[in-house]
Write a protein that binds this ligand. Structure first.
Ligand SMILES: Nc1ncnc2c1ncn2[C@@H]1O[C@H](COP(=O)(O)OP(=O)(O)O)[C@@H](O)[C@H]1O
Ligand SMILES: [Mg+2]
Length: 339
C-alpha cells in the first residue's frame, strides 16, 4: 500500500456506525476549510487488525474504490494505515441510509415509503449499478464488477436528495466471485441472492436481486426474506417467493409489482436486465406518478436531519465534547449499528 495520510491528519468528531469489522466516523480533515473538510472515515476495528481475511477484504475495498467515480457513489478520497490499522476516507454524505429512514418512518408511525419516491431511488441505484457493471480497466477490458451487498443499509439519501451507494466491502470482479471465507465476507443473509448462498458464480443479476429486495422493503416495510432464524432465512432465500406487493400495497402500479416479482426470480437468468429494470422504473414514473426529483427526496429525509443547512453534528455532540483523538470513545452505544 502506498504511503497515505495518517490518522493524525483527522479529527474524529462522532461515530456514525459500528460494524463487525469496521467503524465509521464523521471526521474533519485538520486544517481544511469548506464542505470538503468533513469526511466519513471507515476504520478497521483494532480487534480484527491481525486477521488476514479481514485485512485482505479491507484492502480490496480500498483498491476497488480507487477505480470508482460516479455521482451516486460516496467517493473515496484517500486511504492509509496507522499502527497496522487500515482506514478509508470517503466523501461524507450528510443524510440517512434507507434502513435508518425506514426505521425513522416506522417509529413515527408513517409506514413505508410513497411508491414514486421508492421507484425514483431504485432508478438512481440502478443507474449507478449500470456504471459499476460496465466499468472497464485501463486497456478497455471489462472488469465485471458486482457490488453483491445491495440493501437499505448501504444506500443513503443525502440532505440534497442525492442517492448514494456505499460499501464496496465485498464487491468483486465476476472472474473471482467465490465466497472463500464462509460466514465472514458474505452479504447479509436476508439480502443475499440464492446464487450467493449456493456459492455459484455471480454476475450483475445478483445486484438486480438485491435492488428488488430493497425496493420491496421500501414499499412493504418488511424484509421479505427474513425469517426468525438464520437457517429459515437461508431456506427462504433459496425457495420462498416473497409476497406480491399487490397484497400489501395495492396502490403500487401493477407494472412495478411485476418488475419486483420478476427481479426476485430465484434463477438469475430469469431476472430482468438492469436496462429492463431502468426502463420499467422510468415508465412507471412517467405514467401518472407525482413529480419526484431531488427536492422531493430531500424532503423525505429532512424531518430527521434537523441539522440540514447547518453543521452536520448535532447539539448533543458539540465539537468540544467529541473525542478528538484517534481513539474514539467506544464505550457509548453507536448512533447506528450495522444492519
Ligand atoms: N460516506 C459516508 N457518509 C456518511 N455515512 C456513511 C458513509 N459511509 C458509511 N456511512 C455510515 O456507516 C455505515 C456503515 O458503513 P459501510 O460502508 O456500509 O460499512 P459496513 O461494511 O460496516 O457495512 C453506513 O450504513 C452509514 O450509516
Ligand atoms: Mg454496509
Amino acid at each position: 500500500m502506498p504511503q497515505g495520510p495518517s490518522l493524525d491528519d483527522f479529527v474524529l468528531l462522532k461515530r456514525l456506525a459500528l460494524g463487525a469489522m469496521s467503524e465509521v466516523f464523521l471526521a474533519e480533515v485538520k486544517g481544511a476549510v469548506g464542505p470538503d473538510r468533513l469526511v466519513a472515515l471507515k476504520r478497521m476495528r483494532p480487534e480484527v487488525a491481525g486477521d488476514e481475511a479481514w485485512v485482505r477484504q479491507f484492502l480490496d475495498e480500498a483498491h476497488l474504490s480507487t477505480l470508482l467515480n460516479h455521482p451516486f457513489l460516496a467517493r473515496l478520497r484517500t486511504f492509509g494505515q496507522q499502527d497496522g490499522l487500515l482506514f478509508l476516507v470517503f466523501e461524507y454524505v450528510h443524510g440517512l441510509t434507507l434502513a435508518q429512514l425506514l426505521e425513522a418512518r416506522r417509529t413515527a408511525g408513517l409506514g413505508p415509503m410513497p411508491w414514486a419516491h421508492a421507484a425514483r431511488i431504485a432508478l438512481s441505484v440502478a443507474e449507478c449499478l449500470g456504471y459499476l457493471h460496465a466499468l472497464q480497466g485501463r486497456e478497455g477490458q471489462p472488469l465485471g464488477l458486482v457490488h453483491r451487498d445491495i440493501h437499505p443499509g448501504n444506500i443513503m439519501i443525502a440532505d440534497t436528495g442525492a442517492v448514494k451507494l456505499l460499501d464496496f466491502g465485498i464487491a468483486r470482479r465476476s472472474g473471482r466471485l467465490t465466497e472463500t471465507q464462509p460466514g465472514r465476507v458474505k452479504a447479509r443473509l436476508e439480502y443475499a441472492a440464492p446464487e450467493q448462498l449456493r456459492e455459484a458464480p455471480l454476475d450483475g443479476r445478483t445486484d438486480v436481486h438485491g435492488l428488488a429486495l430493497t425496493l420491496h422493503e421500501l414499499l412493504s416495510g418488511v424484509q421479505p426474506l427474513r425469517r426468525d432464524t438464520p437457517l429459515r432465512t437461508m431456506e427462504a432465500v433459496l425457495k420462498d417467493v416473497p409476497r406480491g406487493l399487490g397484497a400489501v400495497r395495492p396502490a403500487v402500479p401493477e407494472a412495478l409489482q411485476r418488475l419486483v416479482t420478476a427481479a426476485l426470480a430465484k434463477e438469475p437468468a430469469r431476472r430482468p436486465s438492469l436496462l429492463e429494470v431502468r426502463t420499467s422504473l422510468d415508465q412507471a414514473l412517467r405514467d401518472g406518478a407525482p413529480l419526484v426529483g431531488l427536492p422531493e427526496l430531500a424532503g423525505l429525509v429532512a424531518p430527521w436531519l434537523p441539522g440540514s443547512g447547518r453543521l452536520p453534528w448535532s447539539q448533543e455532540h458539540p465539537r468540544e465534547n467529541a473525542t478528538v483523538t484517534r481513539t474514539a470513545d467506544v464505550s457509548r452505544p453507536p448512533a447506528n449499528t450495522k444492519r
